[in-house]
Write a protein that binds this ligand. Structure first.
Ligand SMILES: C[S@@+](CC[C@H](N)C(=O)[O-])C[C@H]1O[C@@H](n2cnc3c(N)ncnc32)[C@H](O)[C@@H]1O
Length: 266
């Protein structure tokens, strides 16, 4: 599928369409749902996909039988969490690349005849009084793009009436050299902030008030047919390529539920 009127110039997700075409995405998440432990409440449940981009995960939850799916993202590139140095140039670059959020989702929703409702809202602003609560809160590869990922997780907790599913990009180096120490690398670059190792990923969910019910394995999200060359040959991702014999970004998933506060240790 090429870009057409009303479509974005780039696709983030690689999605198979009913007409037999496939969007040439930057990433190919088509195999990733098999690494997710889906909550039992998903079929027939009310679900939210936070940071949806072209909507792959929202459409996947709809395909798996969700009764209602809300997909949240930001229309205004200036509202993303840019670092001090990127704040001037970043939003313009999003427009130049044609990677604004919204047009891809709208084009795909029409082609898939989807009923997913897209809402222009920041994760930080999710509130039960406005959004209600969800049986499944899903969030994929967003935490690395946020200045304050734990605050975002707390906002997701506030609308989580069932379970949280996170899929997150990991730091391939920290995941090897500090395998058992929960940690994150400050990784500024465009709209990126943090790269956690797998135990750091679990710890972030715990400190935001979740109990991890199931921690999934590491897996690679391969680059899609539309990924720029510079992205495919990043130095750190080459480490993951060696481990997994493929080009892509290292990820892991977890399933969690909100937990009551623990007494503070003295
Ligand atoms: C790396 S993409 C991940 C897309 C998709 N969730 C996935 O896992 O394949 C991150 C997405 O999060 C969105 N995003 C960034 N900051 C956000 C915020 N504060 N609130 C909601 N979405 C945000 C971006 O616009 C982008 O669509």
């Amino acid at each position: 599928m090429t870009a057409e009127a009303g479509s974005p110039r780039i696709w983030y997700h690689t999605i198979d369409l009913p007409d037999g075409t496939t969007t040439p995405g930057w990433f190919d998440t088509r195999a990733a749902p098999r690494y997710v432990s889906w909550p039992a409440a998903l079929p027939g449940g009310r679900c939210i996909d936070v940071g949806t981009f072209d909507g792959f995960w929202a459409f996947e939850m709809e395909r798996r039988g969700a009764a209602e799916v809300v997909a949240v993202d930001l229309d205004d590139p200036a509202a993303l969490d840019w670092s001090y140095d990127q704040r001037q140039r970043g939003p313009e670059a999003v427009l130049e690349w044609g990677s604004q959020r919204g047009p891809g989702f709208a084009a795909l929703a029409a082609k898939l005849n989807s009923k997913v409702e897209r809402v222009n809202r920041s994760v930080y602003d999710l509130k039960p009084e406005v959004d209600g609560t969800f049986d499944v809160v899903f969030c994929g590869s967003l935490l690395l793009h946020l200045r304050d990922p734990v605050r975002a997780l707390e906002a997701m907790r506030s609308v989580c009436g069932g379970e949280l599913v996170l899929v997150e990009a990991l730091d391939p180096l920290l995941d090897v050299i500090a395998r058992r120490v929960p940690c994150a690398r400050v990784a500024p670059g465009w709209d990126q902030w943090w790269r956690v190792n797998r135990v750091g990923f679990h710890k972030m969910a715990e400190v935001a008030g979740f109990e991890v019910l199931e921690a999934g394995p590491r897996f690679l999200v391969p680059y899609g047919p539309g990924a720029p060359r510079a992205m495919r040959f990043g130095r750190l991702d080459s480490l993951a390529a060696l481990r997994f014999r493929g080009r892509g970004q290292l990820h892991s998933a977890l399933r969690a539920k909100p937990r009551p506060p623990r007494p503070a240790a003295v």
